[in-house]
Design a protein around this ligand. Structure first.
Ligand SMILES: C=C(O[C@H]1C=CC=C(C(=O)O)[C@@H]1O)C(=O)O
Length: 414
């Protein structure tokens, strides 16, 4: 079990001469060379990246969704869409926490048996060559099957038939795409590029034994507890391209998208009801920009200082994942449909990820892992899905996945 967060600030060995990016690169190089998991992320609306490194790959294996309460362990959650031996649920204990805003130092959390790693890390950072090549962790799973337009249309038609038969109201079908990495591709530079392109996204780069290496820029909050003591979640669904001249104020939505998003919002309300919580704020739906796309979004907030419900974040997380924005409604029927017909392993796409009690206790930022890719030695696997409702058209749904694939795929364009 990971320890609670009692961090000590230590100077970065030899850090004075190095840029923040070079300091990140060395910390990542250490993790990769020693077989340890590492996560890098940039929160929406901020300009500094943060890093969490664990001193034990085994300790990162966790069966249960993370506890979001202030006394719970600090670390980085990385959960698959569906928990399995192939795609283990991970919680990376924050043995080292680094923030590019405070370069030149990092926080260390006492680790017990793995304490020797700190000495190793110090020695490595002191001596590391500036241009160490990075051998990112690889998933042991084969590359997933990719659907042709005809195969994807057949999946969509199956989904529509399931909706017509009343087995589901909504199901979110998805597919994977394989793309070669451009020559000289550098995941850390791609992580920086995503930050620059999508200032309002949660940008992440996670590399862990067993899970492989994942890069993405997601617009969707799953569960947040802010420093001000506010629990937040959102219902995000409905997609249209942000074409030149279009603004969120001018966007017009079809009944299909309105209904698709309303189902997600209703599901969130039903979770609050299940917890017998009535005091929540609901704003929306509003049109929001996510990269080159527009979505419909309803924001939900609960003021935890006014509604004393210390386990709300933890409880909601367990009820929300996987949300109807990535699975469907009713939840179990939609998940069963996907298991049977989707035809590939989503792995960590449409799972969730983010820091918990990091950097400070009582703050958690978990996002749905959308607009992401899995990095392999010579190729990237990209993923995208679309919510199907009774009015869906197979060709349009294919086009929509193409648009979504462009968000993360932009860093492969060379
Ligand atoms: C499933 C994805 O997006 C979800 C989030 C926003 C809009 C969606 C939609 O319009 O279908 C999806 O529910 C994805 O990006 O792969």
């Amino acid at each position: 079990m990971s320890q609670p967060h009692r961090p000590t600030l230590v100077p970065y060995p030899g850090g004075g001469q190095l840029s923040a990016a070079a300091q990140v690169r060395r910390l990542v190089a250490f993790a990769l060379q020693t077989g340890l998991p590492v996560a890098l992320w940039r929160l929406p609306g901020t300009t500094h990246a943060q890093l969490c490194l664990s001193f034990s790959a085994e300790e990162a294996l966790t069966g249960l969704p993370p506890n979001l309460e202030p006394g719970a362990p600090a670390g980085f959650a990385f959960f698959p869409f569906r928990d399995s031996d192939h795609n283990p649920a991970l919680f990376l204990p924050a043995n080292v926490f680094f923030d590019t805003k405070h370069a030149g130092q990092f926080w260390v959390n006492k680790t017990g048996p793995a304490d020797f790693r700190l000495t190793e890390l110090r020695q490595f950072l002191q001596a590391a060559p500036a241009t160490a090549s990075l051998l990112w962790h690889q998933s042991l799973q084969p590359a997933p099957a990719t659907a042709s337009p005809a195969e994807y249309a057949a999946l969509v038609r199956r989904g529509l038939a399931a909706i017509e038969q009343g087995a589901v109201q909504k199901v979110v079908s998805s597919r994977a795409v394989r793309r070669n990495l451009p020559p000289g591709f550098d995941a850390l530079l791609a992580f920086e590029e995503l930050q620059a392109r999508y200032p309002q996204a949660f940008v992440s780069l996670v590399s862990a034994p067993g899970a492989g290496t994942w890069l993405g820029a997601t617009p969707e909050v799953l569960a947040e507890v802010t420093p001000e003591g506010i629990f937040r979640t959102m219902a995000l669904a409905g997609t249209q391209p942000l074409t030149p001249g279009l603004t969120p104020q001018k966007a017009i939505w079809r009944q299909k998208e309105i209904e698709e998003q309303a189902l997600v919002a209703r599901y969130i309300v039903s979770c609050f009801k299940q917890l017998r919580l009535r005091e929540y704020d609901e704003i929306g739906p509003r049109t929001v920009v996510a990269g080159e796309l527009l979505h419909l979004r309803t924001d939900f907030a609960v003021h935890l200082r006014q509604v004393p419900f210390p386990s709300l974040g933890t409880d909601m997380l367990r009820l929300l994942h996987p949300t109807s924005a990535v699975g469907g409604m009713p939840r179990q029927a939609a998940l069963d449909f996907l298991q049977q017909y989707e035809g590939y392993d989503r792995a960590y796409y449409s799972g969730f990820l983010g820091p918990v009690n990091l950097p400070q206790a009582g703050v958690a930022r978990l996002f749905v892992n959308l607009r992401c890719m899995q990095l392999r030695p010579t190729e990237a696997i990209l993923y995208a899905g679309t919510g199907l409702t009774i009015d869906s058209d197979p060709e349009r749904e294919w086009e929509e996945t193409e648009l979504k694939l462009r968000t993360a795929g932009a860093v492969l364009d060379g």
